[in-house]
Design a protein around this ligand. Structure first.
Ligand code: HMG
Length: 387
């Protein structure tokens, strides 16, 4: 039985900053951000959006009433959740109007969470082929103003419907994974910004890539030539490029050019959104499918997932001939280009205005054009609205 990603949706708020302007404000050479880090724009998250509203906005774009009836499991992967106890998936299920006869949970392992969600969903569908699982990867990436991590922030949500006979990507059975207790990036309880050993984290990412890629080839017998595209977790797009170069070193020049061209397609959206932590790999999948003219049904795509702390997985899938239908005819390039640029001062104000540990506050939400918004907090309870 074929199991995999049936539909894929994405949402990021309508605000962004220009990275060259951020570089000027921080007395850095713009090329450090544009080339050295590989980021051109960065999503800015207003207080009226959090992981729940962003997930609802992403999922609402792709789900039909029939899909909603078939979903009996919602897996919400996030490392910027809104509650220490209650799963974001429970709020989401209510906002989307899903049945109450479902499981709804939140999972966490840094940027790896959504991949764990997909693999759990695959096993659930293998047991119950008539059912579907909604997997979310939603996050707000925050490091702090004027820190080295600042240009690698961003945010957004990816929603994926996992089912039998998928429209987009049939997942292969085998994958390779690796976990080791490492302090490269973490966020202690009570802190709103991540702590990170940036250079160390980038080195560990590349080391874990080497491990899971080598073991994947040994386990499956597949080799570089069997892949039509390679996707990477993209905390900043230059790191994915380094990962690609590591894998293709010494490969046939024609294959090298082809995989590099597809990588360029796969980073177009990430370059203008930034890091969305657990959703980043899947935004890159969307970017590839949206922007590549060459990728076709039957193409094998490899996916490298990495979450600090640290855990990595390599797996692959084969594109289905209905893959464009699974994107629901949404013009993401247009949506991303229609966002409003904010000044660096406005971005700093929005950054400092995040709702954390707030008992009661009403928010001015009329300027947020999204369908699902956070209107405020009352007695520590988040108030959500579907417009
Ligand atoms: P930094 O120290 O400010 O930057 O921080 P740098 O000095 O290393 O420069 C960055 C690159 O720009 C270098 O290239 C420079 O040479 C180049 P590289 O040596 O890497 O090839 N550069 C220039 N290029 C062109 N023109 C110029 C110029 N100047 C310099 N004029 C760092 C960079 C990424 C470390 C920082 O932003 C950071 O700490 N970010 C957050 C951590 C991060 O993203 N880590 C990635 C791996 S961990 C991960 O992926 C998991 C994560 O997503 C979280 C999770 O799992 O939940 C983060």
């Amino acid at each position: 039985m074929k199991i995999g990603i049936d539909k894929l949706g994405f949402f990021t708020p309508n605000l962004y900053i220009d990275m060259a302007k951020l570089a000027h404000a921080r007395q850095e050479d713009p090329n450090k951000y544009l080339i050295g880090i590989g980021q051109e724009r960065m999503a800015v998250i207003p207080p009226t959006q959090d992981v729940v509203t962003m997930a609802a906005n992403a999922a609402d774009k792709i789900l039909t009433d029939d899909d909603k009836k078939q979903i009996d499991f919602v897996i919400f992967a996030t490392e910027s959740g809104i509650d220490n106890s209650k799963a974001a998936a429970v709020y989401l299920a209510r906002l989307l109007g899903l049945s109450s006869d479902i499981r709804a949970i939140e999972i966490k392992q840094a940027c790896y969470g959504a991949t764990a969600g997909i693999q759990l969903a695959k096993e659930h569908v293998a047991l119950f082929p008539e059912r579907k699982v909604l997997v979310i990867g939603a996050d707000i990436a925050r490091y702090g103003l004027r820190t080295p991590g600042e240009p690698t922030q961003g945010g957004g949500a990816v929603a994926m419907l996992i089912g039998a006979n998928p429209r987009i990507l049939m997942l292969s059975k085998e994958s390779t994974y690796y976990t080791q207790d490492i302090m490269d990036f973490w966020r202690p309880l009570g802190k709103t910004e991540a702590m990170v050993d940036g250079k160390y984290s980038s080195n560990i990412y590349l080391e874990f890539l080497e491990r899971v890629w080598d073991s994947y080839q040994n386990k499956t017998g597949l080799a570089l030539k069997d892949f039509d595209g390679l996707l990477f977790h993209l905390p900043y797009t230059k790191l994915g490029l380094k990962g690609l170069r590591q894998i293709i070193a010494g490969a046939d020049p024609v294959l090298t050019v082809r995989l590099t061209q597809e990588f360029e397609n796969a980073r177009i959206f990430n370059r203008i959104v930034g890091n969305l932590y657990t959703g980043s790999l899947y935004l890159s999948l969307l970017s590839l499918l949206h922007n590549s003219e060459r990728i076709t049904a039957g193409s094998r795509i490899g996916l490298f997932s990495y979450g600090s702390g640290a855990e990595a997985e390599f797996y692959s899938g084969v594109l289905q001939d209905t893959f464009r239908e699974g994107l629901m005819k949404i013009d993401y390039a247009r949506e991303l280009n229609q966002r409003r640029e904010v000044s660096i001062t406005e971005y700093e104000e929005l950054f400092n205005n995040q709702l954390y540990n707030v008992e009661t506050r009403k928010l001015e939400y009329k300027n947020d054009p999204a369908n699902f918004v956070l209107t405020g907090i009352e007695g520590y309870q988040r108030q959500y609205l579907k417009k």
